[in-house]
Design a protein around this ligand. Structure first.
Ligand SMILES: [Zn+2]
Length: 109
């Protein structure tokens, strides 16, 4: 399943976001590996958000809600309408990240 970056529209495979993107950060291999088994709410605490941001990633409440990605042109502006739609769906589907991923895919978000 693919979801799209809110800012540049680049498609990202949700598996990559769940399992591989963390290895693009400056975290050690052990830390990145440990991150994958964290409960979902802990995956985007301040520390990890900072590491992701340094690698070019910004997320909503979950890593599959990609707000900015490493492909985003430097000065690109986030599509606000898409940002709000995705935030609303994320709110609605809560912890059901699989459901959220397929909803994003259905609507090409
Ligand atoms: Zn992007």
């Amino acid at each position: 399943m693919d979801v799209h970056c809110t800012t540049c529209g680049e498609p990202w495979d949700v598996y990559h976001l769940w399992h591989d993107a963390i290895f693009e950060t400056r975290l050690s291999h052990e830390e990145a590996d440990a991150w994958r088994s964290l409960p979902r709410p802990k995956k985007l605490n301040d520390r990890y958000r900072k590491e992701f941001r340094a690698a070019g990633w910004e997320f909503g409440r979950s890593v599959i809600n990609v707000i900015r990605c490493p492909c985003c042109p430097k000065d690109s502006k986030t599509n606000l309408e898409r940002l709000q739609t995705k935030a609303a769906l994320e709110e609605l589907l809560g912890d059901d990240e699989d459901g959220l991923a397929s909803t994003f895919e259905d609507y090409r978000l």
